[in-house]
Design a protein around this ligand. Sequence first.
Ligand code: ZN
Length: 289
Amino acid sequence: MFRTRLIGSFLSKTTSAFPKQASSTISLRYCSNHHHGILSHSSATPITKSSPSTLTHPTTHSSSSSQKEDISMYLKETHERVFARNRTWAAEQVAKDPDFFKKISAGQTPEYLWIGCSDSRIPAEQITGLEPGDAFVHRNIANLVCNTDLNAMSVIEYAVAHLEVKHIVVCGHYGCGGVKAAMTPKDLGILNPWLRNIRDIYRLHEKELDAIKDEDARYNRLVELNVIEQCRNIIKTAPVQKCYAEKKFPIVHGWVFDFRDGLLKDLNIDFESVLHDIQKIYNLTGSQK
Ligand SMILES: [Zn+2]
């Protein structure tokens, strides 16, 4: 509907590309209970369910003047709602701890660097019970860590060398629309080079993935392999290798969030072993291994 159209309908109908033999159709606007992709929006999702307003979500495709007014009102209300909730949140923090804002004003020493998917349903703090100040957070489509991404590389450098985080977490999630879109035989414009990283991971693990006949299971495994590869990409960076050589931290973890039960799965990445393997080729510590 209105919001769906704003997000973009170009991903609404796609077909799967992998394995080559597969011929079934995948809808990226998959509206089943367990599939909502980051790059899609289910029109079945009631986005006004928690709104204090009686104004309903504009659902029309036409644009009469009254409908335009509805949309304008809707935008105004959804904007103001955030500030109302912010005032409530700030008051609640002070009620719990009168020094809360004084404490967080003093600076940050987060324990974790969280690299997650931009998917709106996986807020790092809420699903882990972390508080403000606990995690330095970086999110992008499909939780990728590309070595030419100035943003991600700056985040890692700052988190490791300056904030001295002890853990770096890559958190993917099953049903990731970014991963699904990457496996779609379609030109997605500027998303192509970004999602190409995931196609490359499929190619790296083609044999294992093609052997999985169930389509959902194959995508789920690709989600896991993507997380593992992004962990490797982090371990390949100089700040992580140098800091670990000197201080024995940070260590890198790969996790996957499951919408079905809200639980995190630890992929149990053996950090020491991966680091050792990687340094055969990617050793940036300046010492001989
Ligand atoms: Zn995702």
